[in-house]
Design a protein around this ligand. Sequence first.
Ligand code: UDP
Ligand code: MG
Length: 331
Amino acid sequence: MLQSIEILSMVIKMQNIENLSPIIYLVLPCYNEEEIIQISVEVLESKVLSLINGNLINPASKIVFVNDGSTDKTLDILKKIKNEKIVIINLSANCGHQNALIAGLEYSLDKCDCVISLDCDLQDDVNLIDSMISRFRDGYEVIYGVRDDRSSDTFFKRFSAEGFYDIMKILGVNIIRNHADYRALSNRALRSLLSFREANLFLRGIVPLLGYKSCNLYYKRNIRVAGESKYPFFKMLSFALDGITSFSVQPLRMLSIIGATISLASLIFGIWALITYFMGKTISGWTSVVVPMYFLGGLQILGLGILGEYIGKIYKETKNRPRYFIDSIID
Ligand code: UDP
Ligand code: MG
């Protein structure tokens, strides 16, 4: 009798642990990743299973792969290795990394306690997930994966990324340095994030606006095991420009300041030119005409370009187009 009560209390205890352990959804956008997707699934699956076995996460936890309109065999491979732990969201076309991520996040809302987004090329160290979960269980709602080592990057990528963070800082945008899209969010934080309805959703800029209790976890970013980066120079540049113009109107303000400074300088220059004219020392020369002409011409075009960037943003926002279409969900 005593033994059966003990067994019963043990079962109840185990059930409690299970109930306490959070349901975690991992969300991974993937685009043309046929070379790595299989390894990625294996690594993530064994990570999730080990966390479940350790009672750290709930057995209802899942891995959500968002196929962002891949034109290679990514989807076929995913379908072949699909099991009950894996969900496949198949987008109707390539919508870009941020939109694919949002598709996965929207799917996960209210299905889990905590959602973790990461890239499927295994560059984000999956072992950080353990610490993310333990922080989540400690009550943190926004947990940033931050790279503390960029040695796996090319010199160019490192240089451009550092420059981007410096510009964002100068422009007064609150962005976590060296944090990309590897992060854990509580369901509440996720709901807040998804309430931003702007078309240009630059996630890493918006997440710090959410508030909630947050912390940084540091990791070393691995090199891509296979396949190649989907962010060549121009795509990266346009992503950075999007980030800057989505979060700061400082470039427009700087434009006004530069314009005002140059106008003042031209006024002084004009007065000086008049004085020298009346003094009979008329300036003749080509340089003094051509240099300001080119300079001001360049400045005007730059100004128009910056204005254009923002007008383009307004244009996109007013159209209010959907971010993605789902072709099928296999869960
Ligand atoms: N990705 C995507 N859609 C795209 C481009 C990229 O879903 O249009 C995914 C890609 O499969 C990867 C993640 O976004 O999982 C990050 O891309 P990538 O590794 O090429 O970027 P990098 O690490 O070089 O910045
Ligand atoms: Mg990558």
